[in-house]
Design a protein around this ligand. Structure first.
Ligand code: NAP
Length: 330
């Protein structure tokens, strides 16, 4: 039996019968060649997982390392990283190399290989906007396939891989970092942070540093307080629904989307229901950001799900909106 508590940032208790560390594509191929019928759970940094305690047969821990420049031309630098590289270390390394473009995604927990699975996003940038292609192994056949960005079918915190759990094992990701860099600072928190430091024309590293400072203030450090980051997706509604809600709640934060719909801030909705800082047993709604559920120590996955259900029921009753859970529930 293998204890998975330290392998998920929520620090939820769970065990697996076996854990296999994959450090190369050859390791993954060897696993496919001799695998039995057991179901495998693929884990990178374990930062987007909600383990409910169900029996897990096999965990594949992806530890494929390596980062390099693949090519460059007048328009962009193409950079590749192994799926097991730590995401934030990789972002900082690209900045050190003089290849900006990922700075808005600084300090997101997890690995490079997990980033495309849920299409991580923060402060106005989704990783899909920087992905050129990725390599993934079909764990059914051992075939290593290249997916370009279109084939990944990215959308808000979603990709083709999230819909086929256990099938595709991402081994490496290639990023297109444009040479004509443009700062993305329109999210209010970034503007305020840079303004407070008197920075009018920020460098990529200054944006990264500002985001690190904001995240350290607003989000729990998984080493101290277990969590999986944002627990719910922001609901996206049509104009009529948004107008109806605004008539009742004029302060409702809403952001127009390219498709004409409006994105609502799930954290605000939860806060209006009085959940910020509340606890149910050892599971809680984080006091500095209601979108984040936390493990105050000793919580089980079932407890976290019960808290999530109570929050969703209140948001449904008050706003007639369905909140969708962001982490992968196992
Ligand atoms: P916030 O500033 O409290 O804003 C609440 C929500 O409003 C955000 O989720 C964001 O949506 C949206 N928003 C705010 N300003 C916006 C703008 N100028 N244009 C469009 N949408 C805007 O958010 P926060 O909780 O501190 O998070 C800041 C950023 O980090 C967000 O982008 C958030 O998604 C990201 N984040 C992600 C995770 C994760 O686990 N996935 C965890 C923490 C933070 P969006 O979420 O669509 O950006």
């Amino acid at each position: 039996m293998f204890d998975l508590t330290a392998l998920n940032t929520f620090a939820l208790p769970a065990t697996a019968q076996r854990l296999l560390r994959l450090q190369s594509c050859a390791d993954a191929q060897a696993f496919v060649a001799r695998r039995g019928r057991e179901a495998a759970l693929i884990v990178g940094g374990g930062s987007n997982l909600l383990l409910t305690g169900a029996a897990i047969e096999l965990v594949l821990k992806v530890e494929i390392r390596g980062r390099r420049k693949v090519s460059e031309d007048a328009a962009a630098v193409i950079v590749e990283a192994g799926a097991g590289e730590n995401w934030h270390d990789f972002v900082r390394w690209t900045l050190t190399q003089g290849w900006p473009g990922l700075e808005n995604l600084s300090l997101i927990p997890g690995t490079v290989g997990a980033a495309p699975i849920q299409n991580i996003g923060a402060y106005g940038l989704e990783v899909s906007e920087r992905i050129e292609a990725l390599d993934a192994m079909d764990l059914g056949t051992g075939e290593l396939r290249q997916f370009d960005a279109a084939a990944c079918r990215f959308s808000y915190r979603d990709s083709v891989f999230k819909h086929a759990p256990g099938r595709w094992l991402v081994t490496a990701v290639r990023f297109r970092l444009p040479r004509r860099w443009q700062p993305l600072t329109h999210y209010g928190d970034i503007e305020r942070e840079l303004g407070a430091q008197g920075i009018a024309a920020p460098t990529p590293r200054q944006i990264s540093d500002a985001i690190i400072a904001i995240r350290r203030r607003k989000l729990p450090d998984p080493a101290v307080l277990g969590s999986a980051g944002s627990f719910f997706k922001n609901p996206v509604v049509d104009q009529a629904a948004c107008a109806g809600l605004l008539a009742r709640y004029p302060a409702l934060p809403h952001y127009p989307q390219a498709d004409g719909r409006e994105k609502l801030a799930a954290g605000w909705l939860i806060e209006q229901c009085g959940w910020r800082g509340q606890r149910r047993g050892a599971a809680g709604c984080y006091d500095k950001q209601a979108l984040v559920l936390v493990n105050h120590g000793g919580a089980t996955g079932a407890e976290v799900l019960a808290l999530a259900d109570a929050i969703r029921a209140d948001v449904r009753a008050k706003f007639d909106l369905e909140l969708e859970i962001e982490p992968v529930v196992v």
